[in-house]
Design a protein around this ligand. Sequence first.
Ligand code: NAP
Ligand code: MG
Length: 399
Amino acid sequence: MKIQMTTPLVEIDGDEMTRVLWRMIKDTLLLPYIDLKTEYFDLGLQSRNDTGDRITVDAANAAKRLGVAVKCATITPNKQRMEEFPWLKQMWKSPNGTLRAILDGTVFRAPITVDCIKPSVKTWQAPITIARHAYGDVYSGVEFFADEPGDVKMTFTGVSGKTAEYQLQTLDSPAVWRGMHNKDTSILSFARACFNYALSTKQDLWFSTKDTISKVYDGRFKDIFEREFDRNFRAEFEKLGITYFYTLIDDAVARVMRSKGGFVWALKNYDGDVMSDMVSSAFGALALMTSVLVSPDGNYEFEAAHGTVTRHYYRYLQGETTSTNPIATIFAWTGALRKRGELDGLADLVAFGERLERACLDTLQGGVMTKDLSGLVDDGFAVKAVTTQEFLDAVREKL
Ligand code: NAP
Ligand code: MG
């Protein structure tokens, strides 16, 4: 008998090669075993165009209502895509941006690790998940170059009429200047998303800023995290035996490099931007990176971190069989199924998600992998590079 579900998953379909993978994964690894219940939203570019992008908003609202979504990669149209698809009514906004705005989330990126592909950092034994705050700071700053000496002041006018003025500097040289901000409400959402993610994955949470130098700005982040932790999360952390650890960013960087991994590292916007590229490249390949959007009220949207793999899609359209790596997309499904199972108390569903993940890793460890990974394994490890369907069949065999 197939595994039963109670609440449907929000299933968000997408574009190009990942849309092809989506079907293959469902047919080979999910539908034979699970009585899959989903509310289906087609976010393929055609459907977004036909609905005036209404479908994206509907999908986001469904994710808010049902709590767990799984998303396929989607095209974000740019100028080149407008030429490629002349039927596009407009340059539709990034679907991920729309989902993030409606769910008010933080993005967590975690590498999938396997013994035969070693991280570049010798001591790392378990994945490091980066939690990046995706609002404010330099990304919505105002900056300018002044070509002569002068002075800059910042003035504040409150809604109550209260005013304040701050002198930045008086300078004797041409100079670059910048003003930036962050909001209490956004920092608090970020903190809650991080604490909830650490609880749901049972990992320690690290947070780092430069509050010794930036006493007010970074200090505010540190204080909001600390206060929220004490008020609403300390007890649950203690129950699970996990810790919240704040340290200065330079100290954190040094510790990360000497760590064994296996924790969540929360970072401000710019720090997270830089560190996520460092951590993900040190762990391996793009198709071994998962991504989950977590909202402060506990909604989850799982996806692969990579895009629609356009180059493979064009080869596929010409009738070639491709060796596109489906692992991150499979893990988006298993993440969603496990979370759905946890929320609904369905032990079978949780166990299935775990078994499917294990089957993927065992297949890799058995030397069967797609071409993007076959060059990354240790010297002397025997590898058979296979097509996507052959890989999925091998995973099914293990399963
Ligand atoms: P991409 O789709 O991630 O692909 C970049 C390259 O990385 C591919 O050409 C391929 O290299 C390799 N690659 C990525 N995923 C792979 C996989 N699963 N298996 C094997 N190789 C893989 O990024 P892009 O080409 O910059 O973007 C393509 C489209 O995706 C764009 O329209 C963009 O808007 C969209 N996108 C969507 C999301 C999302 O929905 N979350 C994220 C990023 C981009 P080789 O060709 O060398 O084999
Ligand atoms: Mg970056």
